[in-house]
Design a protein around this ligand. Sequence first.
Ligand code: HEM
Length: 407
Amino acid sequence: MTEASVAYNPFEPGFAEDPYPQYEAMRAHQPVHESPFGIWLLFRHDDVLRFLRDPSLSVEDANAKPTILDKFADEVMGDERDRETGTRAMINRDPPDHTRLRKLVSKAFTPRRTEGLRPRVQELVDASLDQAAAAGGMELMSDYAFPLPFAVISEMLGMPPTDSDKLRDWSGTLVRTLEPVVDPALMHAILEASKNMRGLITDVIAWKRNNLSDDLLSAMLAAEENGDVLSDEELLEQVMLLYIAGHETTVNLIGNGMLALLRNPGQLERLRSDPPLDGGAVEELLRYDSPVQMTRRITLTEVEIGGKTIPDGVFVVCGVASSNRDEAHWGPTADTVDITRPNAKEHLSFGGGAHYCLGAALARLEGQVAIGSLVRRFSTIEPTADPEWNGRLNLRGLEKLPLSVAP
Ligand code: HEM
């Protein structure tokens, strides 16, 4: 195959179900790829790692020159286009703002505080498993994978009880901004979801000011009031980021991870009989089918990589899921699930450098408890229908996987 005959096409039917053959072709023939939309993509492990760790790159969209997709969004949305939402969240800020915002929130995510959540995570998991046992089955995503991280991040933040169906709907729509959007109806839906979610979180913050407690939102409010270090808008955007990042990702670790085990019964059996493997298994499942397929950096100057020159002001997609299957790094078993793989932790599913996932320890904890407990609670776990995928390119995961279970 020549370079010209390979094209990255995430809109090809079947891509959302299985993007890995395309990633493999891109790694082999065009590992540094300029897409027709004007964004560039990296597919190899070493290139992705280098970009993630390079402090001379930006994450602020304003530093990228407008692409065809931007111009299209301008045409569709006109004055209604929302260029502000999200721009103050730490994941979209460079230093010094990034350093300041991350420091403030990091205190809640120390390994000690995270480990302290283990009993509560186990309790939530056991309650869901009791229900599945009584019913003889469950729909993996809506009954198990989604409620756990949603409850954990809501409790950590100290959210009052809210309409979780609505919130799930809004946040599910909002995360579509993490991939190319070419559907005008979806653009309007995203704007609507963003307004609704901002409204709700604004109300929650107002309520919390009068109901301070021992939770993350109270701690952030206290930081704001003591040192005037977080503006109202900054606070709102960190809460939205934590809320969305806290559950839209871990849900896919549990869903994709369980599917990988069900498709590899020998590995599932191994995990079932050997609980100390839980930690390594979660690293391997994160590697094998990454819950977040890509992250991004923006060039501020020309950058030479893989024999190509990426111009300045370019949005560069770092293909972490592709890098996790790169034979040049992982060897000939890159496409195989092996829960005892000694270097599984070298996956790039949590990104890298200054923006390395702040919730990684929490996600690992939730994944270990959810997956380990499920495989050990039931001796039989069987899909009763084919998996349904959520159709997303980035936060790619299952929409539905009905299971029957027996003790
Ligand atoms: C399996 C689950 C998760 C995955 C795969 C994941 C993945 C990622 C990735 C790829 C990034 C971007 C890193 C980069 O660009 O270098 C990120 C950033 C982030 N994640 Fe996660 N995440 C997960 C769970 C969580 C959880 C549970 C939380 C919080 C409760 C969280 C909070 C964050 C935050 C705040 C950032 C921004 C960090 C920064 O910009 O400094 N994530 N995550």
